[in-house]
Ligand binder design. Structure first.
Ligand code: BTN
Length: 246
C-alpha cells in the first residue's frame, strides 16, 4: 500500500481527489496525502479541520473483492491500524469509540471517513480517509472543537514527525489487510474490541431518527453496534453519534 502516491501542499479534500483518481483507474493502495486541506470532509456531512503543517490528511484507495455491505469492516480495520501505528511511533495509547473515532482521555485525535463507489453487488473502490491532529497547540483548534479535540503533540509534550507516522499507518494497515483478506473479519474484530471504549458500557446512540440508550454488547460482522435497550431489545446500529454515559 502507498507505493503510488499523490501529494499536495494544499487541496480542497484528499477524499474528493481520491474519488476522482479511483474513477480514473488508480491502483489498489494509491495514497493521496496533503499538507493542508481547505475543505476537509467529516462524517455525516460535517466539516473537518486540517491545518498546514500540523495535521495528517490522507486518503487510501482500496479495491477489495467484497460485497458492499462488508466495507464497514474496513473502517474498523483502519482504526486498529492507526491505533497501532500511533503506539509504535509515539508510545501513546489511544482508544476507539464506535465506529471509528480515535480518542485520548475522551478527546478526539483522529477521524476516519470511509466511502465507496459501488454497484448493487460489487465494490469498485473503497476510499479510507484518515485525519490526524498531530502538532496543533491548544490555541490552534477552531472554537467549536477546542474543548473536544486534542493532538499528539499536546498529549506527548513534544512535536511529532508526520512522515514516519504515515509510513507506520500504511505498514500496519497492510499487515491487517492481508490478515483480513486471508482469514476474514473475526481476527480484526477482536483487535478492534480490545481497543474499544464503547463495548461493555452504557451509552446513548443518536441516529437520524431517534436516541437509543442501552448497553453496548459488541459489534456484528457488518460492523454494526449491538445495543441492548432497557426493555431488553437489541438494536443493530449502523450509523449514529455515540455518547458514553458515565
Ligand atoms: C470524522 O471524524 O468525521 C471523519 C474525518 C475524516 C477526515 C479525513 S482527513 C483526510 C480525508 N479527507 C477528507 O476530506 N476527510 C478525510
Amino acid at each position: 500500500l502507498g507505493h503510488e502516491q499523490t501529494y499536495y501542499e494544499a487541496v480542497s479534500s484528499t477524499q474528493s481527489v481520491a474519488h476522482r483518481l479511483a474513477q480514473e483507474g488508480a491502483v489498489e493502495g494509491h495514497l493521496v496525502v496533503a499538507n493542508e486541506q481547505t475543505a476537509g470532509k467529516g462524517r455525516l456531512g460535517r466539516k473537518w479541520y486540517s491545518r498546514a503543517g500540523s495535521t495528517i490528511s490522507m486518503s487510501l484507495i482500496l479495491r477489495p473483492e467484497l460485497p458492499p455491505q462488508r466495507t464497514p469492516q474496513l473502517t474498523l480495520l483502519a482504526a486498529v491500524a492507526v491505533v497501532r501505528a500511533i503506539k509504535q511511533e509515539t508510545g501513546i495509547d489511544c482508544s476507539i469509540k464506535w465506529p471509528n473515532d480515535i480518542l485520548i482521555n475522551g478527546k478526539k485525535l483522529v477521524g476516519i471517513l470511509t466511502e465507496m463507489q459501488s454497484e448493487p453487488d460489487v465494490v469498485h473502490s473503497v476510499i479510507i480517509g484518515i485525519g490526524i491532529n498531530v502538532n496543533q497547540t491548544p490555541d490552534e483548534f477552531a472554537d467549536e472543537i477546542e474543548t473536544v479535540a486534542t493532538s499528539l503533540a499536546i498529549e506527548k509534550g513534544a512535536s511529532i514527525k508526520r512522515a514516519p507516522l504515515i509510513a507506520a499507518i500504511l505498514n500496519q494497515f497492510e499487515v491487517l489487510y492481508e490478515l483480513y483478506i486471508s482469514s476474514g473479519f473475526s481476527a480484526i474484530r477482536s483487535l478492534w474490541e480490545a481497543h474499544s471504549i464503547s463495548i461493555g458500557t452504557h451509552l446513548y446512540a443518536r441516529t437520524t431518527k431517534e436516541v437509543i440508550y442501552g448497553y453496548a454488547q459488541g459489534i456484528t460482522d457488518e460492523g454494526a453496534l449491538l445495543l441492548k435497550d432497557e426493555a431488553g431489545k437489541t438494536h443493530q446500529i449502523y450509523s449514529a453519534d455515540i455518547e458514553i454515559a458515565s
